[in-house]
Design a protein around this ligand. Structure first.
Ligand code: CA
Ligand code: CA
Length: 375
């Protein structure tokens, strides 16, 4: 087998009677040669040939000027070396985040007086349709596939960096910060299985839009009602795992005020100064099996940030500005949920009801996202 990539087309030479599946395109080849026109992007190709082993590989098309050819064996070796792809569900692409279905329900959300910060006060009922939410925060690996496929440049890369931390309570604006190396005093790329950070709300939305186009599914950021229900379950628990704090169940602050006092049974030393792998805390999953709803990274919601009373009237947030030293960022305040690795258990925000905001162009080294798939 050989196959050539040139501009937006792929030309494939195969054994006779091979079937090739590329997204929704299925080609049955009788005599060995076909040409398929495709838009730029990442494609999952499945090859089936009588008498030969079937295999599935990713194909990147990005207006390559030079022809690239592979033989069957080289294609297998390269894919295994670079991508280490396992297709658990043949309906889901290898780079597509795993999701969990949350059944629709009439839910009661929010809190009463005394349970959280003033921005979180109030309660409301809402009817949620069934949806699927990503089991983990979106990872560096998943985001890098998007960047590799599209050449996307994040807001931090375009507009002078972002607000960064060393994990020891020191924060400052770092002009060189971006998702590949977001932390102070650390330009080493983050591991693939850690959540992507230093991405703005716009960057997260661009990822969702790309993924939707790639998969013919409808991905977007979670609405905060969806997120809260997925985190708290039907019994309105304050933490995803139970009603009481447990320091062993999530990645939160190793420093600051919480360093001197621990709450609940757990240690304040969770093993991670900065981000952690998205599957590091199995005991912290929500009733629906969603990981890291508290801790690791704080997460962007789709919603504008307004008080619950204003939500009832479907109001929108007004433009505001945020100041980071000499840097000013303008934007619409968007809701954030689930405090990240810097979350202090002595503060108000380390629970599943607290909410706060940053403007949509803001980016932090502790701020990432997960996504929802509309069903
Ligand atoms: Ca930690
Ligand atoms: Ca989180």
């Amino acid at each position: 087998m050989s196959f050539l990539k040139k501009n937006n087309s792929i030309s494939i030479t195969v054994y006779p009677h091979t079937e090739i599946f590329i997204r929704n395109k299925v080609k049955r080849v009788k005599n060995g040669k076909i040409s398929i026109l495709l838009k730029n992007g990442v494609y999952l190709c499945r090859y089936k040939c009588p008498g030969k082993p079937s295999f599935t590989r990713l194909l990147f098309l990005n207006n390559l000027k030079d022809e690239i050819s592979f033989d069957y064996r080289l294609l297998q070796d390269m894919s295994e070396h670079h991508y280490n792809v396992k297709v658990h569900n043949p309906e889901r692409l290898p780079f597509e985040p795993e999701t969990l279905k949350i059944p629709g329900a009439h839910v009661h959300l929010g809190v009463q007086l005394g349970e959280g910060p003033s921005t979180s006060l109030g309660s409301y009922s809402i009817k949620l349709r069934s949806f699927a939410i990503s089991k983990y925060e979106v990872t560096n690996k998943q985001f890098s596939t998007f960047v590799q496929s599209t050449g996307y440049v994040t807001d931090a890369e375009q507009s002078g960096g972002g607000f960064s931390t060393d994990g020891r309570g020191h924060w400052q604006w770092l002009p060189s910060a971006q998702w590949r190396h977001p932390f102070l005093k650390n330009r080493i790329s983050l591991p693939d299985d850690h959540p992507v950070v230093m991405v703005s709300w716009d960057d997260a939305m661009a990822y969702c839009k790309w993924l939707s186009n790639m998969t013919n599914r409808n991905y977007r950021l979670p609405k905060e009602a969806e997120w809260e229900y997925a985190a708290r379950g039907e019994d309105h628990r304050l933490f995803p795992w139970t009603r009481s704090f447990n320091g062993d169940f999530h990645n939160y602050c190793n420093h600051g005020k919480s360093h001197k006092k621990s709450l609940g049974r757990g240690s304040i030393h969770d093993g991670y100064l900065l981000t952690s792998p998205v599957n590091a805390f199995p005991r912290g999953v929500s009733p629906f099996g969603v990981w890291d709803m508290l801790g690791n990274v704080k997460e962007w919601m789709e919603d504008d940030f307004i008080y619950y009373d204003e939500k009832k009237n479907s109001q929108h947030a007004n433009q505001k500005e945020e100041q980071y030293g000499s840097i000013t960022i303008h934007g619409i305040p968007k809701t954030l949920r689930g405090t990240g690795f810097y979350g202090d258990p002595q503060g108000y925000f380390l629970n599943a009801i607290a909410r706060n905001s940053h403007v949509h162009k803001a980016r932090f080294s502790a701020l990432g996202f997960r996504l929802v798939e509309e069903l």
